[in-house]
Design a binder for this molecule. Structure first.
Ligand code: F6P
Length: 373
C-alpha cells in the first residue's frame, strides 16, 4: 500500500537541508513507492496547508543548493502568532495531516524542532525527525548537517583575518554563531589557528585573555586572533546573568516582581558583548582591536561534501524507518550508520561542548588561551 509522507523544515536554515529532503524523497519514492509532499515555511505551512508536491523533478538539482527549497520559520505549533495573538494551532495541523492521509510527517530541524515534533507526535501524528543545525548542538546524534559547511566558512574567514591582523599588528575579535554551544568557535578556532577561543561553556576572564595577548607580543607576535562564540560570557557577566535568571524563576507568578524586566534589560545589554570585549582588550593591552561578526554568512551557500553525505544518508535511513513504521524518533548519526532515538529522550537537552572534550585538551596543548586560566 502506498505510504503518504509530508516533509517540513523548521528553525534556522542550514546547508544540507535540500540534500536531506532529496535523500528522504528519492529513497521514499524509488525504494519504497511512497508519495511525498512538502509543507512550506515549517509548522506555519502545516497549519495553513501550503504544500508542494515532491516528485522526481522537484527533487532533482537540489543537492548542492543552500537553504531550504521549502522555506522555514521559527513558529511553534502550540505558540503560533496569529494576528496579534499567540494560539495553540496543534489541532489545525492535525486536520491538515489527516486531510492529506499522511502516514508520516518528517520534520527537519534543530533542538527546538525536535521539541515541536515531539509535541505533534503526542497529538496523534506519526512523526520522524532529522537533526540539522550549524551549531551541532542536538542531543543524541554524533553530529548535525550544516555544521561542517559552517566550520569550513568560519575557518576560511579566520584564515583571511590573519593577514590583515598581522599587517596592522592588531587584535581581531571574530564572532561566530553559537548561543549555547561552542562547537563552531572551537572547531574553526582550532582549524584556523586562533590564538584565543572563547566558548559559552567556559566563562572567561578578560584579564586572562589580555595576558595571553601581551605574552604573544613579548614573544614577537604583535597580533592576535580571538575567536568568540556569540554566547560566550565573561565570568562576571555569567554570574550576573545566572543570578537574574534565578531571580526570575523565583518570582514566577508574582505579577509585581521586576525580575523579568531586569533579566530582559540585562540580556539586551549583553547583545553588544563582543564589541565590549574588543574595547576591553584594547585598553588592557594597548593594541588596536577590530571586530568581525560572521553572522548569517556561516549558514549560507552550497553544503560541503561531508554535509551532503551526512544529510543524504540520514535522509535515506529516514525513508527506511518510515517503511518499517518506526515513529516518534529522531534519525541520529551514529558512526557511519544511523540510529533511531526516541524524541522523548532528546527534548529539553542540548549537546554542549564538554569541558573535558578532546578538542579542548588539544587547544590547551597547543597553547591556545580559552580565557579561563
Ligand atoms: O539555528 C542556529 C543559529 O544559526 C544560531 O547559531 C544563531 O544564534 C541563530 O540561529 C540565529 O537565528 P536567526 O537566523 O533566527 O537570527
Amino acid at each position: 500500500m502506498t505510504q503518504f509522507v509530508g516533509i517540513l523544515t523548521a528553525g534556522g536554515d542550514s546547508p544540507g537541508l535540500n540534500a536531506a529532503i532529496r535523500g528522504v524523497g528519492k529513497a521514499g519514492i524509488g525504494a519504497y513507492g511512497m508519495q511525498i509532499i512538502g509543507f512550506r515555511d515549517g509548522f506555519r505551512g502545516l497549519m495553513q496547508d501550503r504544500t508542494v508536491r515532491l516528485s522526481g523533478p522537484a527533487l532533482s538539482g537540489i543537492l548542492t543548493v543552500g537553504g531550504t527549497i521549502l522555506g522555514t520559520s521559527r513558529d511553534k505549533p502550540n505558540k503560533m502568532p496569529v494576528g496579534d495573538q499567540t494560539m495553540d494551532m496543534t489541532s489545525v495541523m492535525l486536520e491538515t495531516y489527516q486531510k492529506h492521509h499522511l502516514d508520516a510527517l518528517v520534520c527537519l530541524g534543530g533542538g527546538g524542532t525536535q521539541k515541536n515534533a515531539y509535541h505533534l507526535s503526542q497529538h496523534g501524528m506519526n512523526v520522524i525527525t532529522l537533526p540539522k543545525t550549524i551549531d551541532n548542538d542536538v542531543w543524541g546524534t554524533d553530529s548535525t548537517f550544516g555544521f561542517d559547511t559552517a566550520l569550513g566558512i568560519a575557518t576560511e574567514a579566520i584564515d583571511r583575518l590573519h593577514s590583515t591582523a598581522h599587517s596592522h599588528h592588531r587584535i581581531i575579535v571574530v564572532e561566530l554563531m553559537g548561543h549555547n554551544a561552542g562547537w563552531l568557535a572551537l572547531g574553526a578556532g582550532l582549524a584556523g589557528g586562533a590564538d584565543v577561543i572563547l566558548l559559552p561553556e567556559l566563562p572567561y576572564d578578560p584579564e586572562v585573555v589580555a595576558e595571553a595577548i601581551r605574552s604573544r607580543q613579548r614573544r614577537g607576535s604583535g597580533f592576535s586572533i580571538v575567536a568568540v562564540s556569540e554566547g560566550a560570557l565573561s565570568k562576571d557577566d555569567a554570574a550576573t546573568l545566572a543570578k537574574a535568571k534565578a531571580a526570575k524563576k523565583e518570582a514566577e507568578g508574582d505579577k509585581k516582581s521586576k525580575a523579568k524586566a531586569r533579566l530582559a534589560k540585562l540580556e539586551l545589554s549583553l547583545q553588544d558583548k563582543t564589541l565590549t570585549l574588543s574595547r576591553t582588550l584594547e585598553s588592557l593591552t594597548g593594541l588596536e582591536s577590530r571586530v568581525t561578526i560572521l553572522g548569517h554568512l556561516q549558514r549560507g551557500g552550497t553544503p560541503s561534501a561531508a554535509d551532503r553525505l551526512l544529510a543524504t544518508r540520514l535522509g535515506t535511513a529516514c525513508a527506511a524507518y518510515i517503511d518499517q513504521g518506526v515513529f516518534g524518533v529522531m534519525v541520529a548519526a551514529r558512526g557511519d550508520g544511523a540510529e533511531a532515538i526516541p524524541l522523548e529522550e532528546i527534548v529539553g537537552k542540548r549537546r554542549t561542548v564538554p569541558v573535558d572534550h578532546p578538542w579542548i585538551k588539544t587547544a590547551r596543548d597547543i597553547g591556545v588561551c580559552l580565557g579561563d586560566k
